[in-house]
Design a protein around this ligand. Structure first.
Ligand SMILES: [Zn+2]
Length: 272
């Protein structure tokens, strides 16, 4: 499942193809949305926004297409009407003179009027988006210590989009490792310094991953590992996907565990 940085990178690509251009045709597969095809054709896309793993395509007539990819949805950006070879089912197509933005396999697509956006059941409950530049480390530290979250295991809240938007499975392991905190701990068990480190790592790693297209490891170390001939999958993360490999800090083997039926990697020495 794509995480916040991947969703935002996909959104950037879609935005480049369709924002600021009038649409020439809109297609919806779902019968209940068919009526909107006409109302959105000829209108201009004004922005693509992301809310955690959901995406909002905004139009200049106060209408918005909300889409959530869930597990199987995938966007493809093509030259206009240059259809890809795929057996997936097309759910939404936004065409303009130059490009087609195509959403396949997603089942969660809705039309929202502007006033409905903040009230939407998913958008309403989503936590602060770590890729929003106005979100600060201080705000994130306060959120860790919020009554709603401080007594739940860190491994659990870090995958809760209502806590912070945009964190997914690899970022969860990487944040806990950089903060030096064991996944079974709760924020209330941590020292103020550890909470501060968790907040810093949450913000810093998510933004670095967006800027580097998915790299969470220390960038100076990445440079050295690259020079040594390691591949991207080998140098990409501190601990994620590195079971039995030596910790970059202490040299002890990285351990893989299951938390909430998802993989989690940690260094038992650096994360006591
Ligand atoms: Zn270690």
């Amino acid at each position: 499942m794509p995480e916040g940085p991947e969703i935002r990178l996909a959104a950037d690509k879609i935005a480049k193809a369709i924002v600021g251009r009038p649409t020439t045709e809109i297609f919806f597969e779902f019968p209940q949305l068919k009526g909107f095809e006409k109302r959105l054709t000829g209108r201009t896309v004004t922005a693509i926004e992301t809310y955690g793993k959901a995406m909002l395509t905004r139009f200049d007539n106060e209408l918005n297409i909300y889409s959530h990819n869930q597990l199987y949805g995938i966007w493809m950006v093509r030259k206009a009407y240059d259809w890809p070879k795929t057996t997936r089912s097309l759910r939404l197509a936004i065409h303009n003179e130059k490009h087609s933005a195509l959403l396949y396999s997603a089942s969660d697509i809705e039309i929202l009027e502007d006033w409905e956006v903040p009230e939407h059941r998913f958008i309403r409950k989503i936590g602060p988006d770590l890729l929003d530049p106005s979100v600060t480390v201080e705000q994130v530290a306060l959120r860790y210590m919020d009554d709603r979250f401080k007594r739940r295991r860190l491994a659990t809240i870090l995958l809760d989009q209502g806590f912070l938007a945009g964190i997914g499975n690899y970022l969860r392991s990487e944040i806990l490792y950089v903060a030096g905190v064991h996944p079974k701990k709760r924020a209330i068990d941590c020292t103020p310094e550890q909470v501060q480190k968790l907040a810093e790592a949450s913000v810093m790693l998510t933004r670095q991953s967006y800027e580097t297209k998915g790299i969470t490891n220390d960038l100076a170390l990445v440079k050295r590992l690259k020079a040594e001939g390691l591949t991207r999958s080998q140098y990409r993360h501190y601990v994620f996907n590195r079971e039995d490999k030596p910790c970059y800090d202490c040299g002890r083997p990285i351990v893989k565990e299951m938390h909430g039926s998802r993989r989690l990697y940690l260094c038992p020495v650096c994360q006591p």
